[in-house]
Design a binder for this molecule. Structure first.
Ligand SMILES: NC(=O)c1ccc[n+]([C@@H]2O[C@H](COP(=O)([O-])OP(=O)(O)OC[C@H]3O[C@@H](n4cnc5c(N)ncnc54)[C@H](O)[C@@H]3O)[C@@H](O)[C@H]2O)c1
Length: 430
């Protein structure tokens, strides 16, 4: 039976390497469709959670994991030799930045090495980790070909960017169109067929480079537009204009405008990081990405701006940050998720801590956090109210009782327009 037949008949054995925010939903989706799926992860706790039918990702319901594990269609392992038994392998490992803002491909290289050790003819390998254009062709392909098998002929190779948006109820793995670019037409077709079995719309690209660049364009577009609107927010404050009202009114234009919103800074694993993958690669060709650097500068200065606004608010009641008790509402990087990666709340906390504030926070999605020399645990809204000088809404989770926050705290800094429509002298919006 050819790989194409196995995919079309749902008989392909699928391996997903890296069972995180991207890999787990994908593995569960394939197994729900009836495929036999093995998840590979270096984290022993993730492996044992999956094998016990537990989910550790908010968007992946535990009953879904339990059902496919009980049905014998999903299992997890740390034993990479089982890669040899797979027909298709999806690599979903992290692609962070080094401190120097250069790409850190070490996880990809390690995962590819594991695949290489067990690669056999006829397998399809797909890289999903976000990365710079050229990675599949210049890093993954030569590594896999070291065994003497040729990509596109003896095995198939493609890149497909992941667009999952944690916490988004409207768009799920199945309904988000998926871009696929292979090293040759057959690789693209096989990868497109594979995703086509679980995703409504598959968009073929002419090469791996195009598919890689698609993801970086999407995230650079967001980073730059957020940078623009953050700068507009700073400008509007100086001009005594409500930026939120301006954005809402501009959004009534039915064409040519798309709203982006200011905030305390960028967070998550994508927007603060991915554009630097692109600017790093562009620099290799002697090209300077000025928009990316500028947006990074503006967005990176937002936590300090929030602290400046807290200082101004405290000043209105003759207080200083030093010695004040400041309470954050929401520390996750975005609404209704528990993901703390690159969360701007950490920068805000660190800056306030450095200036001598006493800090606490409420975030039902983040029970505890540790950052620099701070170790904090989330307290309830009720516990927080007594003795606090200033509350800061850093993340606009749905569960917060916003009118109650306004009623109970002497000063409220709202970085997300969570208090839209509430006017009060002690409320300060970004
Ligand atoms: N989180 C998102 O919303 C999102 C969205 C789109 C794209 N991406 C991209 O997808 C990729 C994965 O991101 P994520 O958020 O799922 O990361 P994650 O940290 O949640 O998960 C990655 C998993 O890979 C495992 N891992 C690391 N090295 C491994 C190896 N050598 N072998 C097996 N397992 C290994 C880790 O233990 C972890 O469980 C990144 O490139 C990211 O930029 C993420």
């Amino acid at each position: 039976m050819t790989l194409q037949d196995k995919i079309r008949e749902g008989k392909a054995r699928i391996g997903v390497i890296g069972l995180g925010y991207v890999g787990l939903p994908l593995a569960v989706e394939f197994s729900k469709k009836g495929f036999d799926v093995t998840g590979f992860d270096v984290s022993a706790s993730k492996v044992s959670d999956i094998n016990a039918g537990r989910s550790y990702i908010g968007d992946v319901p535990a009953p879904d994991v339990a059902a496919v594990v009980a049905a014998g269609r999903l299992r997890a392992t740390g034993d990479m030799s089982q890669v040899a038994e797979m027909d298709a392998i999806d690599i979903c490992v992290p692609t962070p930045l080094r401190k120097t803002r250069d790409p850190d491909l070490s996880y990809v290289v390690q995962a590819v090495d594991s695949v290489k050790a067990h690669l056999r003819p006829g397998q399809l390998v797909i890289l999903e980790s976000t990365t710079y254009p050229g990675t599949t062709d210049e890093v993954v392909r030569p590594a896999l070909e070291e065994k003497g098998l040729k990509a596109g002929v003896d095995f198939y190779l493609a890149f497909s960017p992941e667009r999952v948006d944690p916490g988004n109820q409207a768009y799920t793995t199945r309904t988000i169109p998926k871009v696929v670019g292979g090293v040759n037409a057959l690789s693209t077709r096989l990868a497109a067929d594979l995703y086509g079995s679980i995703i409504d719309t598959v968009v073929p690209a002419s090469s791996t480079r195009v598919a890689e660049m698609v993801k970086l364009l999407e995230n650079t577009f967001r980073a730059v537009n957020i940078g623009l609107v953050n700068e507009i927010a700073l400008m509007a404050h100086r001009m005594n204009i409500d930026v939120w009202e301006v954005i809402d009114a501009a959004s009534t234009k039915p064409f040519g405008f798309m709203p982006f919103y200011p905030g305390p800074g960028l967070g998550g694993h994508c927007i603060p990081i991915d554009p630097y993958y692109l600017s790093w690669k562009a620099r290799q060709s002697g090209f300077e990405c000025r928009f990316i650097e500028l947006a990074g500068h503006v967005n990176g200065s937002m936590p300090a701006y929030v602290v400046e606004r807290i200082s101004e608010a405290l000043n209105t009641v003759k207080k200083a940050i030093n010695g004040s008790r400041i309470h954050l509402f929401g520390v996750a990087y975005k609404k209704d998720v528990g993901d703390m990666r690159e969360s701007p709340a950490l920068d805000v906390l660190e800056l306030l801590h450095g200036r001598g504030a006493t800090l606490s926070y409420t975030d039902p999605h983040v029970p505890c956090l540790s950052h620099v020399d701070m170790k904090l645990s989330s307290i309830s809204e009720g516990e927080a109210a007594g003795g606090i000088d200033c509350a800061v809404i850093c993340t606009n989770h749905s569960v917060f009782d916003y009118p109650e926050i306004v009623a109970r705290f002497p000063l409220v800094i709202d970085t997300r327009n969570a208090l839209k429509g509430i006017q009060a002298g002690h409320v300060f919006r970004l």
